[in-house]
Ligand binder design. Structure first.
Ligand code: BG6
Length: 476
């Protein structure tokens, strides 16, 4: 990574781009031998009940049809000057049930075609191996990550990917927002037991399995090609004490530690003392083998990636006013505005996280999700072509990127930034289309109607300029 030429510059090789996840944009949920994933029985995201089988009102089944429109979509990303595109591979396209020995060639071939397109434009791929897409069979038959056998299935899946794509894909992420399993065990960990019935011991054991699988995948990646870079991916939320009362400060620290645990293990290779104490206090004993310990210790990550949308508060002394937010809530921060979905808007929190993670782990950082979910209105532009005047999105992203630049000036090593949902896609939490993040509008509505046509929003041109100027066009 190059050193910035002036303290306020982004590095010359900064990776600008955007991110998406298979289950939210590919569609074609059963095409070419694909199996079902946990998402296919969550028609309303995390806010509604699970169904037994896919239902026609599940928007994710069709997504935005990237499966058939990938060439057109990648051309649009290239037009914006993308240096990197983060996407996930749908596990159930490669192993429809998850526990097979032989992969599904048609699924592998699809991602070859996607990589061909990216190569055509010189866009670096950043691949998430598992983004809330555990094959449904693994959830139903093994109870997902609660079962140790998942480690072997994941190793086999990861090896298959590294061997197939390891010459073309340098940057890999193991599990999307691995810490989210604390809050969404089914979506994140394929754990079929209803959340209310899941014991804390089983949850922490599942987490342990995922952590070992992540380290194991890092080992395999480096075996296949020592040049590969593997990162963990954490849902980052800074927690502020609601008041200066030391009890609130401690409550905020504890909330942050719930998330730090995951990075601590990935980077340091051992469980931190505060986590072991928590287990002791709860009387939980985990099944951790000597092999597990060795794997964790010897195969730590090359970099740390994270999503950042919001901050939150914590308190042990005041009445708790629960905040809305990205899978894990907290307490409302009265000093911040919120998005239309109640997520606190806090650009400075991003600088805080970047500094905290860098101070704590000293590993290169990659911001792999950030953005504003908002309702957009499609209007006719001056040239007669439909567009969206999304100044609110431009403001949000500008202000966050200015804080990234500040963090770079603080000495934090940041590899890149991929905004979330660069093309409108189906929301993970609410399964709505109307919660839009993209630079590219997709004509699809919450009721499933729409042509799926793509239109450039105002933010499309804005981001193109940001990339072309390597951040020089940002307004402080
Ligand atoms: C992150 C997930 O939590 O937030 C994405 O990794 C998700 O999959 C994104 O889409 C935004 O959340 P939502 O619920 O607005 O789609």
């Amino acid at each position: 990574m190059s050193t910035p030429t002036t303290p306020s510059d982004f590095p010359d090789d900064f990776l600008w781009g955007g991110a998406l996840a298979a289950n939210q944009y590919e569609g074609a949920y059963d095409a070419d031998g694909k199996g079902l994933s946990v998402q296919d029985v969550m028609p309303q995201g995390i806010v509604g009940p699970r169904t037994k089988a896919p239902t026609p009102d599940n928007l994710k089944l069709e997504g935005i049809d990237f499966y058939h429109r990938y060439a057109e979509d990648i051309a649009l990303l290239a037009e914006m000057g993308f240096k990197v595109f983060r996407f996930s591979i749908a596990w159930s396209r490669i192993f429809p049930k998850g526990d097979e020995t032989e992969p599904n060639e048609a699924g592998l071939a699809f991602y070859d075609r996607v990589l061909d397109e990216l190569e055509k434009y010189g866009i670096e791929p950043l691949v998430t191996i598992s983004h809330y897409e555990t094959p449904l069979h693994l959830a139903q038959t093994y109870n997902g990550w609660a079962d140790r056998r998942m480690i072997g299935f994941f190793e086999h899946y990861a090896r298959t990917l590294f061997e197939r794509y390891g010459k073309r894909v340098k940057y890999w992420l193991t599990f999307n927002e691995i810490n989210s399993v604390l809050h969404e065990p089914f979506m994140s960990g394929g754990i079929n037991t209803p959340k209310e019935e899941l014991s804390e011991r089983d949850l922490y054991q599942a987490i342990h399995h995922e952590l070992v699988a992540s380290a194991s995948a890092t080992r395999i990646a480096h075996e296949v090609n020592p040049d590969l870079k593997v990162g963990c991916m954490i849902l980052a939320i800074p927690f502020y004490p609601l008041t200066p009362d030391p009890r609130d400060v401690w409550a905020a620290k504890q909330a942050e530690r719930d998330n730090y645990t995951f990075g601590d293990v990935h980077v340091r290779g051992t469980y931190p003392g505060y986590f072991l104490r928590k287990l002791r206090d709860k009387g939980i004993e985990l099944d951790i083998t000597e092999d597990d310990r060795r794997t964790l210790a010897e195969h730590t990550v090359d970099f740390v990636s994270f999503s950042y949308y919001m901050s939150s508060c914590e308190t042990a002394t005041q009445e708790r006013e629960a905040s809305g937010g990205n899978l894990m809530g907290g307490v409302v921060n009265p000093t911040l505005e919120v998005s239309q979905w109640g997520w606190a808007i806090d650009p400075r929190g991003l600088r805080t996280i970047l500094n905290d993670y860098w101070d704590r782990w000293g590993k290169p950082l990659f911001i792999v999700e950030n953005g504003l979910g908002a309702r957009d209105e499609l209007i006719t532009g001056p040239d007669g072509v439909p567009t969206v005047e999304d100044d609110y999105r431009i403001d949000y992203m500008n202000d966050h990127l200015v804080q990234v630049r500040e963090a770079v000036a603080d000495g934090v090593q940041v590899i890149g930034y991929t905004s979330w949902g660069c093309i409108d896609c189906v929301s993970a939490s609410t399964a709505q289309m109307s919660k839009r993040y993209g630079f590219i509008y997709v004509d699809r509505n919450d009721d499933g109607t729409g042509t799926l046509e793509r239109y450039r929003k105002k933010s499309f041109g804005w981001y193109r300029e940001v990339i072309a100027s390597n951040g020089g066009s940002l307004k402080a």
